[in-house]
Write a protein that binds this ligand. Structure first.
Ligand SMILES: Nc1nc2c(ncn2[C@@H]2O[C@H](COP(=O)(O)OP(=O)(O)OP(=O)(O)O)[C@@H](O)[C@H]2O)c(=O)[nH]1
Ligand SMILES: [Mg+2]
Ligand SMILES: [Zn+2]
Length: 297
């Protein structure tokens, strides 16, 4: 199919912004009613005002969000997921664990961030995150509000020439951090959403920003705040591979297809009992597994 190849750098309801090479971002719309185009998508455009998205090219990877009724892709073609945590508000390690599973299952690199590290409560969170670090999870501590320049410096090698996204519970400091990385981002986000979507869908808008001061190809995807990460598309095997503690033990249980719940000769349960696998991580596995095995809603 003919068309100009471009990358979707803004999604606002049914309106999109796409950029071809280093050219300016142009307004475009999707064909058909149900648009399945997301920020980060590579597309073929038919030039025009607005341009028409003719085709979404195959995705390298994607992330899903879900509510009680459906799963929906919300970002595609990522290189790095920055999972932000903080001691305030009360940490939600379930959300953190699910975000890491979603990224790993899609082959997206992950970096766990302990923001607000200057707060006294950081020590307790640090201790709770240790099992993840022990499993090989990369972790950086920073203070986006107190030391934004320092935060940027420690993040720089992670961000270079990659498309990155910040994710985390409300209030952990994603916007503060995003603003440290792309000065003026918050104001611009609001302006764009209002111009393109009359401000109606600001919560569902996403934008991909080129990171200033970093090499060409370094970008930050600004994600809408939401709670539930979609994992329903995973198979049990994919889930097991996405948890490092389980992945390293695959094939060691008595039964090849061990679900690590109550089968005899299960090395995973043995490891939990022996304190080698964190009980909180095992509980997360059981919760997600239960959801995967439950009949579809
Ligand atoms: N003490 C401290 N506070 C911080 C730090 N980073 C952000 N905050 C504060 O935490 C609060 C929430 O920050 P936001 O950046 O709005 O959090 P968010 O993750 O974008 O939240 P949502 O948009 O609701 O998802 C604000 O009051 C920030 O000033 C930090 O490093 N230390
Ligand atoms: Mg925010
Ligand atoms: Zn087992």
């Amino acid at each position: 199919m003919d068309g100009v190849r471009a990358r979707v750098v803004g999604a606002f309801g049914r309106n999109y912004l796409a950029q071809s090479g280093a050219g300016p971002a142009v307004a475009c719309v999707a064909r058909g009613k149900r648009s399945e185009v997301v920020c980060g998508d590579e597309v073929l455009l038919q030039p025009g005002d607005p341009a028409l998205i003719l085709q979404v090219l195959p995705r390298r990877n994607a992330l899903w969000r879900e509510d009680a009724w459906r799963s929906k892709v919300f970002a595609a073609n990522l290189d790095l997921l920055l999972v932000v945590t903080a001691s305030e508000p009360t940490p939600n390690l379930d959300l953190v664990g699910r975000a890491l599973i979603a990224a790993r299952a899609e082959g997206i690199d992950t970096l766990l961030l302990l923001n607000k590290c200057e707060l006294p409560g950081a020590a307790a969170l640090r201790a709770r995150l240790r099992p993840l670090e022990g499993g090989g999870q990369a972790l950086l501590e920073l203070s986006a509000r107190q030391h934004p320049a320092r935060a940027l410096e420690s993040l720089r090698p992670w961000l270079e020439r990659r498309t990155c996204m910040l994710i985390g519970a409300s209030g952990v400091g994603k916007s503060t951090l995003a603003n440290a990385l792309v000065p003026g981002l918050q104001a611009q986000t609001q302006e764009l959403s209002e111009a393109l979507d009359a401000g109606r869908h600001t919560t569902t808008s996403t934008r991909l920003w080129n990171l200033p001061g970093l090499p060409e190809g370094s970008a930050l995807l600004d994600s809408p705040g939401f709670q539930a990460f979609g994992l329903h598309h995973l198979s049990v095997t994919q889930l097991q591979h996405a948890l490092p503690e389980l992945a390293s033990r695959i094939g060691q249980c008595r039964f090849q297809n061990c679900s690590h719940r109550q089968e005899p000769g299960c090395v995973v349960r043995d490891a939990v009992q022996a304190g080698e696998i964190d009980p909180e991580r095992y509980a997360l596995y059981l919760r997600v597994l239960g959801e995967l095995l439950a009949p579809p809603h």
